[in-house]
Ligand binder design. Structure first.
Ligand code: ACO
Ligand code: KIV
Length: 570
């Protein structure tokens, strides 16, 4: 992509921001406790992908996509799943019926259905539930000052009346249909954040008076962050206030249903849990109205990262991505927490180096505690692979390059060779302007160090001095294709070969350092040798050789270094 335009000029806003938007007033809770609390266990989860998620889609799910989402959510271990708004659409109604009639609802899993507090909608909702063994009927009406004034044009009493009448009809139908054992109840004062706390308490308690919950038959009070309009601490204050002030707290499950309008839905949820919430409603990867519902996968990942069993299965996050993208027909961002294609990838050199060292340290660590810099969670625990962790572009350094060569080819480059090769790789990446995959990296390595120029190795023989020491060596080499014999003497095969090749090439060098190690195993085992050659001017460079025979690999490494000296001199 190229940019050929002029720099954009940004002007100050043409309106009075402070007059148009107001900061959220603090909640009067001077002895708030949540800031000192920590999350110690997973909440009760309720997945609302099939309702709130679905109602926000460009193309809502049909039967087949709904079923795939349902099966996935059940497979992940969700015990409460909001499956639709059966009075709103025939597709939702039919899907609820399908789940019940086909026996697709496992024991221990509750289907939740949403309804407004309107008689015909409540009756239709109950029609959809006939024969259900385990359901939650979720009643809602909007309670905020703004909605009361603008949408419903009702005072507090009028709004309370809508909720109470809805609850009364629900209880009546529950009794008439003999569903007391199969149905639990939930109420949401929708737009809770914008509702005065005293009114939230008043309306919730009025509804509870109808439902009459007990500690053995708890009622779900869902306090939604329908639109996120303030910093997460405000929501936490509101939840703590309700948790401390609502009557019969031990008969109530406090549930939260956060959205993400300010991008802090996850934070708001976590603070709400610290503030006393017991249950969370959200969706996979946060699909939902506007900027979405809270992301349950991120919440679960965050719990895991804090040493808490999330109690839902996120061990194959890639499979969840495929399901969510298919069902919602919306892509997951490459940087999405835990799930994005790039979140376990490091391009920048210092990160790659640190990750590489972190993995190495983990191999010999005696403690199970995960400690890899820049990787706060083990990708393996999410079904992601280490191979994808490090990728190479022009921002990359020796650590990442070494990591890939070691992972892909079992090659452990000496540190100074890492430095040397990374300069070469950076040059290629800068020139090509693209990411270098593992194959391209290997191609660059072999092109530079193996089979790399004027001389190539054919065979050799050594002669000992009679005392067992190999003091002389004869080698057959090719010089630009033509076979030659060279001879040298020295302290072992490498030394003798260097002696021979110094004379043959006319170059002045010696061996500053030598290392080798095995690569592969069994019949494929070979040795790789690294020789660092020092030239007369004091500069050094590496040669690399690979062969099944360890001596041959070292002689090939010497030739590789000589070829590079010749190339460098042009
Ligand atoms: C925050 C949330 O996500 S809440 C869930 C929202 N989800 C959806 O709306 C998706 C499904 N909804 C629908 O398909 C439709 O809205 C239906 C079928 C439920 C109802 O459709 P309709 O009656 O045709 O229209 P509509 O939704 O516009 O109804 C608005 C009326 O319901 C009233 N109303 C809205 N919510 C509620 C409620 N929870 N309880 C009681 N009355 C309500 C409004 O005051 C308004 O009344 P008015 O007509 O007297 O002004
Ligand atoms: C019905 C309620 C819980 C809702 O969807 C919301 O407030 O976002």
């Amino acid at each position: 992509m190229t940019y050929a335009g002029k720099a954009t000029q940004f002007a100050a806003p043409s309106f009075d921001i402070a007059a148009k938007y107001k900061p959220w007033p603090p909640i009067d809770l001077p002895d708030r406790r949540w800031p000192s609390n920590t999350i110690t266990h997973a909440p009760i989860w309720c997945a609302v992908d099939l309702r709130d998620g679905n109602q926000s889609l460009i193309e809502p799910m049909g039967h087949e996509r709904k079923l795939r989402m349902w099966d996935t959510l059940v497979g992940m271990g969700f015990k409460e799943i909001e499956v639709g708004f059966p009075s709103a659409s025939q597709t939702d109604f039919d899907f609820v019926r399908f789940l019940i009639d086909s026996g697709r609802i496992p024991d221990g899993v509750a289907v939740q259905v949403l309804t407004q507090a309107r008689e015909e909608l409540i009756r239709r909702t109950f029609e959809s539930l006939k024969g259900v063994k385990n359901a939650i009927v979720h009643l809602y009406n909007s309670t905020s000052e703004l909605q009361r004034r603008i949408v419903f044009r009702q005072d507090r009493a009028g709004i309370r009346d809508i909720a109470v009448k809805g609850a009364e009809l629900i209880m009546q139908l529950t009794r008439e249909l003999g569903m007391e054992k199969s149905i639990r109840h939930q109420y949401s004062p929708e737009s809770f954040m914008g509702t005065e706390l005293d009114f939230s308490k008043e309306i919730c308690e009025a509804v509870m008076d109808v439902y009459r919950p007990t500690p053995d038959n708890k009622f779900i009070l869902n306090l939604p962050l329908t639109v996120e309009m303030a910093t997460p601490n405000v929501y936490a204050d509101q939840i703590e206030w309700m948790s401390r002030n609502v009557k019969d707290r031990d008969s109530v499950i406090i549930s939260v249903h956060p959205h993400n309008d300010r991008g802090t839905g996850v934070a708001a949820t976590e603070l709400a849990l610290m503030a006393g919430a017991d249950r969370v409603e959200g969706t996979l990867f946060g699909n939902g109205e506007r900027t979405g519902n809270v992301d349950l996968v991120t919440l679960a990942g965050n719990l895991m990262m804090s040493g808490i069993d999330p109690k839902i299965d996120i061990s194959d996050v890639n499979a969840l991505v495929r399901v969510a993208e298919y069902c919602n027909q919306l892509p997951i961002h490459p940087r999405h927490p835990y799930a994005g294609e790039l979140v376990f990838t490091a391009f920048s050199g210092s990160h790659q180096d640190a990750i590489n060292k972190g993995f190495k340290a983990m191999e010999t660590a005696t403690s199970p505690v995960w400690e890899v810099p820049y990787l706060p969670i083990d990708p393996k625990d999410l079904g992601r692979s280490y191979e994808a962790v490090i990728r190479i572009n022009s921002q990359s350094g020796k650590g990442g390059i070494a990591f890939i060569l070691e992972k892909e080819h079992g090659i452990e480059l000496p540190r100074l060779l890492q430095v040397e090769f990374s300069k070469l790789v950076q040059g290629i990446a800068d020139g090509e302007g693209v990411e270098l995959g593992a194959d391209r990296l290997w191609q660059a390595f072999t092109g530079e160090y193996l089979d790399n120029g004027r001389y190539s190795f054919v065979s050799h023989q050594t002669m000992s001095d009679g005392g067992g020491e190999e003091r002389a060596l004869t080698a057959h080499i090719r010089d630009q294709g033509a076979e030659k014999v060279v001879q040298g003497q020295g302290n072992g095969p490498i030394d003798s070969f260097v002696d021979a090749m110094r004379r043959e090439s006319g170059l002045d060098f010696d061996v500053a350092n030598y290392r080798e190690h095995a690569i592969g195993s069994g019949a494929n085992a070979a040795a790789i040798s690294y020789v660092e050659l020092r030239l007369a001017d004091g500069s050094t460079l590496f040669g690399v050789g690979i062969d099944k025979d360890i001596v041959v690999s070292s002689l090939k490494a010497v030739l590789s270094g000589i070829n590079r000296i010749i190339k460098r001199r042009g």
